[in-house]
Design a protein around this ligand. Structure first.
Ligand SMILES: NC(=O)c1ccc[n+]([C@@H]2O[C@H](COP(=O)([O-])OP(=O)(O)OC[C@H]3O[C@@H](n4cnc5c(N)ncnc54)[C@H](OP(=O)(O)O)[C@@H]3O)[C@@H](O)[C@H]2O)c1
Length: 292
């Protein structure tokens, strides 16, 4: 098992908070948040990585405010693309792998088939475009990398659909919820645990990771599918909330950023490569809510 130093960027986010715990089994985690490692400062990031000389970099930081990104493209690009590229260049220089996360929003959401890793990307919004650019810079750097594309991430911390719904369900009698965007809600704890399991599988005795491991892009989300409306109904049932949920089409809820209708991700590649499949999304949601 690898016991080197792991640089974790984005440790204050919902996924980062969980990774801090799961990565601890693999090495000494140096957890950085936006105050201690600003991904908006590319040269600062480069210096910090060189100082720390980690044996693994895990980047769960991102500019995730999808609507805000439409009016703040330079900042979103700096964090989601340029900084990811710098982390990858430095990882290549150190011979350390990079684990990074991306999104269903790299796709245009057409059709109904689950997206595979090699399907053509055509993001509909700035967030998706900057995340895709980040993926491409990582691939171009030549570092050993795992990019996990996930969807609809939630947990009990930070800002996410579960927490927003719980608040709104207390405040309102009736809520209109988008019913024609389909994807898989994914519990950040399951993502963090799967990340650690994959890394444990490719760690080599005595330290480091297997250079011949199947590095690359993987789709990773809880299994099954639903709409935001279906997700809200499941939250209402678990919380026994007294609220009417009205299904709404996307075109009745205009937002600055366009969002894909079909966010289904085919996670078969991960299962074939690592024998790993995340639990069904409803089961994950129940477990998450039980932790409240
Ligand atoms: N959330 C979703 O629904 C979703 C869906 C698909 C994919 N993903 C991807 O999954 C990964 C984890 O997302 P998440 O849901 O855990 O996001 P999150 O809770 O929003 O956390 C993102 C973290 O990034 C940090 N960050 C933002 N700007 C930064 C900067 N300039 N320098 C350093 N850190 C910065 C934030 O720190 P501050 O809070 O201090 O700014 C925050 O802690 C990301 O790659 C995201 O793109 C998320």
């Amino acid at each position: 098992m690898s016991r080197g130093r792991i640089l974790l960027a984005g440790a204050g986010g919902q996924l980062g908070w969980e990774l801090r715990r799961t990565l601890g089994a693999l090495g000494e985690v140096v957890a950085m948040n936006s105050a201690t490692l600003d991904l908006g400062d590319a040269e600062g990031v480069r210096r910090r990585v060189r100082d720390l000389a980690p044996s693994l970099i895990v980047n769960s930081a991102a500019y995730t405010a999808v609507d805000k990104a439409e009016g703040d493209a330079a900042r979103a690009r700096a964090v989601n693309a340029v900084a990811a590229g710098v982390l990858a260049e430095e990882a290549a220089r150190l011979g350390a792998p990079l684990v990074h996360y991306s999104t269903d929003y790299v796709f245009d959401g057409s059709g109904t088939a689950p997206w595979r890793e090699d399907d053509g990307c055509a993001p509909l919004n700035v967030y998706g475009a900057t995340k895709l650019e980040g993926e491409r810079l990582i691939a171009a750097s030549g570092c050993a990398h795992l990019i996990f594309r996930t969807s609809w991430v939630y947990g009990l911390r930070g800002s996410n659909f579960l927490l927003t719904m719980r608040r709104l369900m207390r405040e309102r009698d009736e809520l209109g919820i988008i019913a024609d965007q389909v994807g898989a809600p994914t519990w950040c704890r399951d993502l963090a645990e799967a990340t650690a399991q994959v890394l444990a599988r490719i760690a080599v005795p005595g330290g480091g990771f297997d250079a011949a491991a199947p590095w690359g892009i993987y789709h990773l989300c809880n299994t099954g599918e639903t709409s935001w409306h279906g997700f809200a109904e499941a939250i209402r049932a678990l919380d026994d909330a007294d609220v009417r949920l009205l299904p709404m089409p996307t075109h009745d809820y205009p937002t600055p950023a366009r969002r894909p209708l079909n966010s289904r991700l085919d996670c078969g590649r991960l299962e074939r490569a690592f024998g790993l499949r995340l639990r069904p999304w409803r089961e994950a949601l129940e477990l998450c809510v039980e932790n409240t």
